[in-house]
Design a protein around this ligand. Structure first.
Ligand code: DP6
Length: 349
């Protein structure tokens, strides 16, 4: 017999960034972060997990290519879910797995991203969230999504925020064992459903410095990071929660852009400096800033993760349409800038 479960998980985009760990193994952050989860129809991971007595080892395929599961992050997620596995019985298929059997059984995992892996589009976030969620369903673990988020976190920090739709906060927590470092939903996907998210794919090439290495270097060398984590983010988190609750787009946009810019300033303040944005990214920022300024009130927020691609959050459909026209004007199809496509998705799920 084979027992299979398939899950689909969207990626999330941080509007208050996570950058820096206080514990590298447990993946515990130096500050809280807030993200918005995308519509699963757009940027997502689909993962099928299977268990069968004939499998002789745990194996995983990512986008059709076998990858090693020996890394600590995969092992931690598998171990944590196995420890919570429950008895499974499916009389129709003649399946009966006792709680203790899970230790001896192996899983096969097949995962697909519908967007470029490791191009700064948070593919690890959707990937680990989906893996942990699918394994939990396969093994009938009873944990709720916040509890599962603390396991997904051990795969990739940002993954913990993809267990929920809408706006999500990753509470950094204080405990040394990481038990209180988990994600909670701030508001669901219906709360602010007029927002439109546009991703301008500046480059789908793999980033040069992974987030993991980059943030390690920042923690070791950037004084700005310390100031940010201690003094800036705690206040911003409160203001952002308020802006989201009140659907106050002006404050939301100002905080989102400022936080993205500070994150990239921390990258520059790192030794050796990290450059995730390129000239095209900078031109997109100027274009949005100019437009927001001329309107007298922000129409669009921008945010950039560990790569040059722009995530643009428009106030509503009208602003999104105007933004696309502006981007097409600034980057006509024949221009030599490396801006090649737009992925358009509603925030709502
Ligand atoms: C810039 O979650 O990819 O996207 O925990 O080492 O796997 P690890 O890092 P990762 O870092 C994401 C950083 C970011 C900001 C964010 O998503 O909050």
């Amino acid at each position: 017999w084979v027992r299979m479960v398939t899950a689909q998980t969207p990626t999330n985009i941080a509007v208050i960034k996570y950058w820096g760990k206080r514990d590298e193994t447990l993946i515990l952050p130096v500050n809280d972060s807030i993200s918005v989860t995308l519509d699963p129809a757009h940027l997502c991971t689909i993962t099928t997990v299977a268990v069968s007595p004939i499998f002789d080892q745990d194996r995983m395929w990512l986008n059709g290519k076998e990858i090693s599961l020996s890394g600590g992050r995969y092992q931690n997620c598998l171990r944590e879910i196995r420890a919570r596995a429950c008895e499974v019985e499916d009389k129709e298929k003649g399946i009966k797995i006792a709680k203790n059997d899970w230790e001896k059984l192996h899983v096969h995992v097949a995962s697909y991203n519908n967007f470029p892996t490791a191009a700064g589009l948070a593919s690890s976030a959707a990937g680990f969230a989906c893996l942990v969620f699918a394994l939990a369903k396969l093994m009938k673990a009873k944990e709720d999504n916040s509890e599962l988020s603390a396991i997904a976190r051990q795969g990739s920090g940002s993954a913990c925020r993809s267990l929920f739709g809408g706006f999500v906060k990753w509470i950094m927590g204080k405990a040394a064992d990481g038990s209180d470092s988990l994600a909670v939903q701030l508001v669901d996907e219906k709360h602010w459903d007029e927002l439109v998210i546009i991703i301008a794919v500046v480059s789908s090439r793999q980033k040069e410095t992974s987030s993991t290495t980059g943030m390690r270097d920042s923690v070791e060398t950037s004084l700005l990071l310390r100031h940010r984590a201690k003094e800036v983010v705690p206040k911003r988190i409160k203001q952002m929660e308020e802006a989201i609750k009140n659907r106050d787009f002006g404050s939301f946009a100002q905080l989102t852009c400022a936080d993205s810019n500070q994150f990239h300033a921390v990258c520059l303040d790192t030794c050796p400096p990290i450059f995730y944005m390129n000239d095209t990214s900078h031109r997109i920022i100027s274009c949005v800033e100019k437009w927001n300024c001329s309107e007298g009130m922000p129409q669009v927020a921008y945010t950039f993760d560990a790569g040059p691609n722009a995530v643009l959050i428009a106030h509503n459909r009208k602003a999104a349409t105007q933004l696309i026209q502006k981007l097409l004007f600034c980057f006509p199809p024949s221009s030599d800038a490396d801006l090649n496509s737009y992925v358009i998705g509603d925030k709502s799920i």
